[in-house]
Design a protein around this ligand. Sequence first.
Ligand code: SF4
Length: 230
Amino acid sequence: HSIGELDADLIECRACPRLVAWREQVAREKRAAFADQTYWGRPVPGFGPDDARVLILGLAPAAHGANRTSRMFTGDQSGDVLFRALHDVGLANQPVATSADDGMELFGVRMTAPVHCAPPQNKPTVAERDRCAHWLDAELHLLLPTLRSVVVLGAFGWQAGLRSFADLGWAVDRPRPRFTHGARTVIRLDDRELAVFGSYHVSQHNTFTGRLTPQMLRDVLGAAADHAGL
Ligand code: SF4
């Protein structure tokens, strides 16, 4: 399997009835502001090179963001904050992402999510996370030859990510390290080490209230890039 083949399989997935119904309902009904656009309305694959050294792990596609544009974090305010920060620290060629064909390029970074379909209220269930985990496991497996750092946005991704690594045989500290902004843990497999960094999620709830500032996000992304030799 290549990442391209994995992505091609992923976008056909219909394993979660509630999410299939929701992603397609949102695409049919659309938001007035996007009434003239064709919504993707399908699982959203990871975005970025298949030899990435840094993986950014979020939560799930947003109904009118990635579920509309087909690209992770693209087309909503959470993504605006993330892409701008990536550009600020030299990991993206442009600061603004608007659509899947906007020319955005990430340098050594791939972004993905533990749940690939947009959930109602941005809240996937535990069963949906578990059903989607094999996609994340497969993506992580394909990235492992080059991967050095993982940046996890939010507690949901932190738990899902550490679980997937444990499934793949990585040694994760016990008790599991707790999620917090600035959390950092190292996981090991044979002679390999990966640094896992925690950041508050780039949701509007965090960025509008100042709980997550652009500088806080840049600091985490910069630390992950440094660790990865980018
Ligand atoms: Fe498939 Fe994951 Fe979407 Fe569920 S959330 S339908 S497992 S891609």
